[in-house]
Design a protein around this ligand. Structure first.
Ligand code: PMP
Ligand code: GLN
Length: 416
């Protein structure tokens, strides 16, 4: 008797945990990651890195370098661990990193920050984005963003029960049309989420467009959240942080991280800066997400931020050569290449090769050419997938010999 009721109870428990309630389902759905069988899938970056590992293909999918950045930065982390900086750092970040962030903003952009009240260290830019959106939106508020977009924007907006309102950016420039932006921003808009330099296209938004964003934020009482993780990896043009424009600082949270600038993507040291009341609001949420992270890596990123200008310039110059190496290779292979002005990625149109569905092509590419890339349609909302259907994103933050090999393999690509 008892055994029978036990097994009924176990069965009921298994059924109820097989498809638990909660916010995971709508979060996954918002990122286009809820499969028809209700299974949440991993992000396109995780999926494509796993595919590269499984097939041995060259991984030009997820954006991470295959070489270490400045030796001083890596050495400073070793030293910090050896010196015992291994316990919880202060909640807002170690003082020398907050000071280095403030110095960096003043040195490169003329932005003056109080390191104690206007800077918050986070677990990568990803946590800064999540904490900012969660902190500043209420249910139903709108977050205006361009698409294609970094996948976390849509997921976190949904997690916050806010609503994503997208403005498409199109080839070849991938810069938002100011009038389309103006149409999307209304009094329901809580956040205008800017990403320049842009992932995936590498577009650097012209100052006139950024100025329009500032004007819209004032007009509709919105807050600007700007994701500038590629700020130092600019090849053509100049990165102008929106917080450095007239009136920009007062309504803006600026987000960046050390991952791209110092080739330390796995360290997850990021930060957000802006007016003290906004930073305080983000801190209120951030402290219950990770509380703190990366104690010995924070002083190492501080060392990085204080390196001479030449180090930043050389990193951009090296990456510019890599951009050209891969872009030339993709052109020879028959893609239409949208050569980026900045960042880690080149968007290439596979339509001239006869590809209509890059999502399907991306899954076959390891077998076809021994290369992994990301379909751009994974970075747009469902309604707009078709508009981006033949576009691929390839990362060029890799060793030259790896890029040469990838280009040669792609040039030999023959579609059945
Ligand atoms: N924003 C953009 C636009 C990115 O491309 C990335 C990572 N590639 C991030 C944020 C996340 O940065 P982090 O690794 O510092 O969390
Ligand atoms: N931002 C990196 C990219 O776009 C990857 C980050 C991630 O895997 N979430 O490739």
């Amino acid at each position: 008797m008892e055994a029978a009721s036990d097994s009924r109870r176990r069965l009921a428990a298994m059924e109820s945990i097989a498809s638990p309630g909660g916010s995971w389902r709508r979060t996954a759905r918002a990122a286009g990651l809820l499969a028809p069988d209700d299974e949440p899938r991993l992000t396109i970056f995780a999926e494509m890195s796993a595919l590269a590992s499984a097939t041995g293909a060259i991984n030009l999918g997820q954006g991470f370098p295959d070489e270490d950045g400045p030796a001083q930065v890596v050495e400073a982390a070793r030293r910090a661990i050896a010196d015992g900086r291994n316990q919880y750092p202060p909640g807002i970040g170690v003082p020398e990193l907050r000071e280095a962030i403030a110095e960096h903003q003043a040195r490169f952009y003329g932005i003056a920050l109080d390191p104690d009240r206007e800077v918050l260290v986070t677990a990568g830019a990803t946590e800064a984005i999540a904490a900012s959106i969660l902190a500043l939106t209420d249910e139903g508020d709108e977050v205006v963003v361009v698409e294609p977009y970094y996948d976390s924007y849509a997921a976190v907006t949904e997690l916050a029960r806010a609503r994503l309102r997208t403005v498409p950016v199109r080839a070849p420039a991938f810069v938002p049309d100011p009038d389309e932006l103006a149409e999307a921003v209304t009094d329901r808009t809580r956040i205008i989420l800017v990403n320049s330099p842009h992932n995936p296209s590498g577009a650097v938004w012209p100052v006139e467009v950024l100025e329009r964003v500032v004007a819209l934020a004032y007009e509709h009482d919105a807050i600007i959240v700007t994701d500038e993780v590629y700020e130092h990896l600019v090849f053509d043009g100049r990165h102008a942080p929106i917080a450095s424009l007239p009136g920009g600082f007062d309504r803006t949270l600026s987000i960046s991280s050390g991952g791209k600038t110092f080739s330390t993507t796995g360290w997850k040291v990021g930060w957000v800066s802006g007016p003290a009341p906004l930073v305080r609001a983000v801190t209120a949420v951030k402290q219950f997400l990770t509380f703190v992270n990366a104690a010995p890596l924070q002083p190492a990123i501080a060392v990085g931020l204080r390196l001479p200008d030449a180090v930043f310039e050389e990193a951009a110059a090296a990456l510019r050569r890599k951009r050209d190496l891969l872009s030339d290779g993709l052109e020879v292979a028959g893609f239409t290449v949208h050569r980026p002005a900045a960042g880690y990625f080149v968007v290439a149109d596979a339509a001239p090769l006869g590809v209509e569905d890059a999502a399907e092509f991306a899954r076959r590419l390891p077998a076809l050419a021994g290369v992994v890339g990301v379909p751009v349609s994974a970075l747009v909302s469902e309604a707009r997938r078709d508009e981006y259907a033949s576009l691929m994103r390839f990362a060029f933050c890799k060793r030259d010999d790896v890029l040469e090999r990838a280009a040669a393999q792609l040039a030999d690509l023959r579609l059945a």
